[in-house]
Write a protein that binds this ligand. Structure first.
Ligand code: MG
Length: 243
């Protein structure tokens, strides 16, 4: 789509952003954390073959944390008890190992930091200059840490994340609940607001919520699939809106 055909986001009352893949390249931190954790675990347990990058795409990417752990261990014929989400990081259970990954994620985030996509930052600047309200709607339980590490937490009036969703028993994306609840917290009408997403399930969530404009950011999902999921417009990077 030509740039001059892109809608003006400042014409809406609010813009609600997904986090991972929309504002920050968080997938790289997750990949790094999984690798660090499994390399340590496989070495300690003499598990072969060693962890390889393709394990991430075969077993971990897009899965819930514990399901990913179980899937990867199964691929090495290793079975451990499922355990409980409250298991400590020292527990040799699926949940304990998953929690270990999360601890490594937080460590990597603190050590390496994370930068928001430059194009996303420029759009946030433009929206702030226009007085347009912005919020984050993320399934991640690490959203607050990621936003703080990227130095952009203060820009958002509302951060709807995996912690709040779990506490309030909100159905996860692709159900519209998290986007609708964030709009309610902001005091805006979904029909007069924009939702920005890079995942198929996220676009479906925003579309089901009746948002006035659903923007798909194509970081690999594919323009066609994002449109089919309900995106009104698809861009490669939010820079396109900041020009
Ligand atoms: Mg995302």
């Amino acid at each position: 789509m030509a740039d001059d055909a892109l809608p003006d986001l400042t014409a809406y009352d609010a813009v609600l952003f997904d986090l991972d893949g929309v504002l920050t390249p968080t997938a790289e931190v997750h990949m790094h954390a999984w690798q660090t954790m499994f390399e340590e675990l496989f070495a300690a347990w003499d598990i072969t073959p060693p962890y390889a990058e393709r394990d991430y795409f075969d077993h971990l990417d897009g899965k819930k944390r514990y399901d990913g752990v179980a899937s990867l261990l199964r691929s090495r014929d290793v079975e451990v008890p499922w355990g409980h989400p409250s298991d400590p990081v020292t527990a040799d259970t699926v949940c304990g190992i998953g929690n270990r990954k999360n601890a490594v994620f937080e460590r990597v985030l603190r050590a390496d930091g994370i930068s928001a996509y430059p194009g996303s930052l420029r759009l946030l600047d433009a929206l702030a200059a226009a007085g347009t309200t912005v919020a984050v709607v993320s399934s991640s339980k690490n959203a607050e840490e990621v936003l703080a590490a990227a130095g952009i937490r203060d820009r958002f009036a509302v951060v709807m994340d995996g912690v709040i969703a779990e506490r309030d028993h909100l159905a996860s994306k692709p159900a519209p609940d998290v986007f609708l609840e964030a709009a309610r917290m902001l005091g805006v009408e979904p029909a007069r607001s924009v939702a920005v997403e890079d995942a198929i399930s996220g676009v479906q969530s925003a579309a089901a919520g009746g948002f006035g404009l659903v923007v798909g950011v194509d970081r690999g999902a594919g323009e066609e699939d994002l449109v089919e999921a309900g995106a009104h417009v698809v861009v490669k990077d939010l820079e396109e809106f900041a020009r």
